[in-house]
Design a protein around this ligand. Sequence first.
Ligand code: CS2
Length: 473
Amino acid sequence: MRLGNLTLPKVTAQTPNYDRAHIQTGIVHLGVGAFQRAHQAVYIDDLLANDPHWGIVGASLRSRATADALNPQNGLYSVTTKSGKTQSCRVVGSLQKVITAPLDPEALIAHMADPNVRIVSLTVTEKGYCYDPSSGGLDTQNHDIQHDVRHPHTPKTAPGFLVAALRRRMDMKVAPFTVLSCDNLPNNGDVAQKVVTGLARLIDPNLADWIEDGVTFPATMVDRIVPATTPADKAKAAAVLGVTDAWPIVTEPFGQWVIEDNFCADRPDFASVGAIMTNDVHPFETMKLRLLNGSHSALAYRGLLAGYETVAQAIADPTIRAFIADMMAHEVAPSLTAPSGIDLVGYQSDLLERFANPSLNHSLLQIAADGSQKLPQRILDPIRDRLARGEPFERLSQVVAFWLRFVTMRQENGYQFPLDDPMAADLRPTDEMNGAHMTSLLQNRRIFGPDLTKSETFLTAVQTALKALPQER
Ligand code: CS2
């Protein structure tokens, strides 16, 4: 028996406490991966009993895997939270269906243009914004963006779908939706705004003006650690639920969502389900990106080079734990402004606990992916702050060295790290790995910017860290 509306009464775990038949779609979500299903969809699931107007239609912009797993289950799936000895499992009902955008772009645009839809949210990862980190604007060299300019009615990218749907709303004289970015980017709302208006301007300047005048792009900080689901997770979920679930989620108990209260259309009462509404997300976002995500990236590269596979394994190594704790305390936290109500020291020790969660199989390779897109905001911006104050950043520069070593490592002892990165072609050398290649990568302005590529202090610090690296895995 498989999870679905018909089998829901038989499920032996918490199930939605509202009638799914009466839920209306108020949100379209682009990028319906494990993170969104463990985060936003759970907040909305908590909300629907009191306000049935915010059901979610999800879309995958590339693969059909999520739609194939969840549509036969009427969008239902389970979320198991685990930490040490505690475990709890619930079935989430807020996701109504999943569209595979490449198979049916029109269906997605039609949903996004529906007047009842007042929010289009996104978790499309850093690279999904198709932005140029050095200019902060749309990457007009991106092939998929060039496609979307030529074929605006059958787009491929997230900005392309947003522009197509907003155009349809403008033509139909329907008020726009709010674009709610939920990705780990600094000023994620601004980035979304720049790429959407940038693309619209290339297609139709009137549309770009209409978007600039009427659409808002609130910033958010999102947090929940969500490892990729494994076959063992599926077997365990089936045992708990009494029915099979083709794509269960396993995550930690912790969750946080901070949202800038700047919606051009109606919005749900997010605060009633635990989100923090604020006028200034920036301090939350900087704290989270640099302390949590920065430590994650450090753990990933350092941990993988030391032969570990998961976050919990790496943080259990006393040397690595001390490295992460010291990096946070001495090199990252000093330049942060504590958001109101948050104790930065407590935040750091909570992070070490969360990383140590023995029940999560959080793969370091999952975090190591897309380093070229992650390093700038997680590691390089804190370095810039240290440089500006004339303060040392030995550990942060070591993280850059670990990353360089990770991406450039040729096959050693029959093994090579898989390199999953949109810039992979530039990163991994085709010939013998050598120091010269790593040094030349430090001149990559798209990653290191015009400033760090020229900073003698930065380059010397990374070179020193590189020399100290062990040469064999
Ligand atoms: C991780 C994040 O994969 C990664 O790069 O650092 O997905 C992290 O787990 C989340 O941002 C936690 O909120």
